[in-house]
Design a binder for this molecule. Sequence first.
Ligand SMILES: Cc1ncc(COP(=O)(O)O)c(C=O)c1O
Length: 198
Amino acid sequence: MTLPPADGLILSMGYLPPDLQASGLLAHALRRAAGRVDLWDRLPIEGLQSLRAWFAREIGNGAVFSPHDVIICNGGQAAITATLRALVPPGRPILVETPTYTGAMSAARAAGLEVIPVAIDENGVRPELLEDAFEQTGARVFYSQPTFSNPSGVVMSNERRAAVLDIAAKAGGRLHHRGRLGARSRSGRQRTGSACDG
Ligand SMILES: Cc1ncc(COP(=O)(O)O)c(C=O)c1O
């Protein structure tokens, strides 16, 4: 196997080049965290209360969340796995955009779910197909990446986001989305039962 040239752009994975990563800030934060004595004890599996409270405040964007609404995961893959297992019983269908992140499909299959693809266009998932898929499969969960979807890079238009939220709500569905879908009800709550920023 030939190694890529040192100055080559590696397209086989979605990792940012070093100059676009916040490595300095992360190193600083980790040095501070490592100095906290309580971090060397066993930590609660759902995450530190103070961290859950911080996320509950920060992700709210006007909505009211309590620390108990937040679970800290070790990364996106762990969050997808935990969310799917919490929301969908084995054997049940889950709708995904196609193409979608392969890790989400692996997590769904490992949880015994039936993965149902729904086609996208340049504005994101096609609403009429999403509606059909909800109706025909009885699915209650749609996994979506509305912003810079992996691997298509598509960003869902605002009209499409609103349409997706309406369709999911009509189907009694829940959305798992990586990144914010944006549309919220007047109370500021997400309009569907549950959502998760991956
Ligand atoms: C859409 C998406 N979700 C989740 C992940 C996995 O994230 P993590 O490395 O934090 O587990 C990736 C990684 O590329 C991804 O592209």
